[in-house]
Write a protein that binds this ligand. Sequence first.
Ligand code: NAD
Ligand code: GLY
Length: 362
Amino acid sequence: METVKVELGARAYPVHVGQGLLGRGDLLLPHLRQPKVAIVTNTTVAPLYLQRFAKPLRDAGIDVVEVILPDGERFKNWQTLNTIFDVLLERCCERSTTLIALGGGVVGDMTGFAAACYQRGMPFIQVPTTLLSQVDSSIGGKTAINHPLGKNMIGAFYQPAVVLADTETLDTLPDRELRAGLAEVIKNGLIRDLPFLDWLEANLERVLAREPQALEYAICRSCQNKAEVVVADEHENGERALLNIGHTFGHAIETGMGYGEWLHGEAVAAGTLMAAELSRRLGWISVADVARVEALFTRASLPVFGPAMEVDRYLELMQHDKKVQNGKLRLVLFREIGRAVVSDCATPAQIAEAIGARSEHV
Ligand code: NAD
Ligand code: GLY
């Protein structure tokens, strides 16, 4: 087991990564404030892992409440969030009961938001079971639900007490989901970790083949990157925004196509190519740099063009981005490969041209 520490002072927490951690109740027990937890999961993950995960807790005398949500990005909304509160109240969960997210980023984001709100805040633990959630969404305390007009628009910063990433759970993850998670792995190399980008270029096929050593290395390195950024800028006043390379375009794709049609990682991949194309048009990176980004995402079988959607529709949806300031769009772009920046210097026409160049024709 490897452990990455998120050094947030009084709210510091460990991220444990390794095989078979679902059975390690001992890693969670010290973080519980009372012998009662509520595990939130979904209809796909529950039959695979809920009992394996709950058993050591029950064996240790913990009262375990189960909350099973419908599966899918389209359920990441108020209605589903409210069903969590229904169960917590019906089962008399208290402010000291711990809420545990067992699942991917959708379960994690919703559970974290529920924990931030229930009785004004209850302890929260992340047990991520997708590649994307193990390398990104379970760390850093961003929690949210979607609004029909915009992705992750309603939420809170709320840190977990511990993250338990059992890499064995990835054995059952569909290939498409593994590839979507890789988009967030590759992102770390592209924005701030060139040696990791080189490593990924040399080892991508090993990761895609789920070779345990390669996969664990990619996960731990991504967790280290994420932890460093979160510690430097927990509430996204600066550097943390760089983790959102491609996301302004990507969120527009997810919302515009209907939540769940494009996986988050797929939309991020296509969005990152739009960011690269715009950076090239600003003279910051070269054609060869864009080709380098495209080649890696292509090897991961991720989309490198956005879907056919009117450019004006992209631009309209992008106005709901959380980086918009005084009505002005700010985008994460490449100053060079390995160094991203937040910039508002691209004109609407340049942004529109980059989208047009990197999306399928309408
Ligand atoms: P997801 O949660 O929808 O999971 C993907 C699919 O895999 C689902 O069908 C799920 O039920 C299934 N699944 C989960 N674990 C499995 C397993 N071990 N075996 C088989 N199937 C399994 O998607 P995701 O990619 O994990 O997360 C995407 C979400 O994360 C988006 O809503 C995105 O906005 C959010 N996100 C949040 C942050 C953050 O910082 N909070 C960062 C990145 C993404
Ligand atoms: N996924 C981007 C962030 O956590 O800031």
